[in-house]
Design a protein around this ligand. Structure first.
Ligand code: ZN
Length: 139
């Protein structure tokens, strides 16, 4: 499947992780939404986000490596790539953008937002599929 996805990430305490070239950024305890797109293979992309064993490439790789972060929800939507930034821009009107995160290749303020609850519709909840498979592979 091709499309975009949102990872809802829980950060359990205030942290100051080093996010690649962005440097150390302050993130308060709470829930965050990360917007990405997978134009080849959604399954594979999400598996990559869940895997700890990878070479860091994106800002999100650094964040998910932090032991105080955890992916809580995985939402996907069949769509074209332009929908990724459109979604990020909608979120930046409703939620607090973490400036510069995940948007090195576009003109958005950010692709990571501190959210209370996600107020976007039209996404399919794929959390169970992925997190169940993931815990299986770890056993
Ligand atoms: Zn963007």
């Amino acid at each position: 499947m091709k499309g975009i996805y949102i990872l809802l990430i829980s950060i359990k305490r205030n942290i100051l992780p080093k996010i690649g070239a962005l440097g150390n950024i302050k993130l308060a305890k709470g829930t965050y939404a990360y917007v990405g797109s997978a134009q080849n293979n959604m399954e594979k992309r999400i598996k990559r986000h869940l895997s700890k064993d990878k070479r860091f490439h994106w800002h999100i790789d650094y964040l998910l490596d932090n032991t105080d972060t955890e992916i809580k929800k995985i939402l996907t939507k069949k769509s074209v790539k332009t929908e990724e930034c459109r979604t990020a821009q909608r979120l930046s009107k409703m939620d607090e953008p973490i400036i510069g995160f995940g948007c090195s290749d576009c003109r958005c303020k950010s692709h990571l937002f501190k959210v209370d609850t996600l107020k976007l519709g039209g996404f399919k909840d794929e959390t169970k599929n992925h997190l169940r498979q993931h815990s299986k592979t770890r056993l």
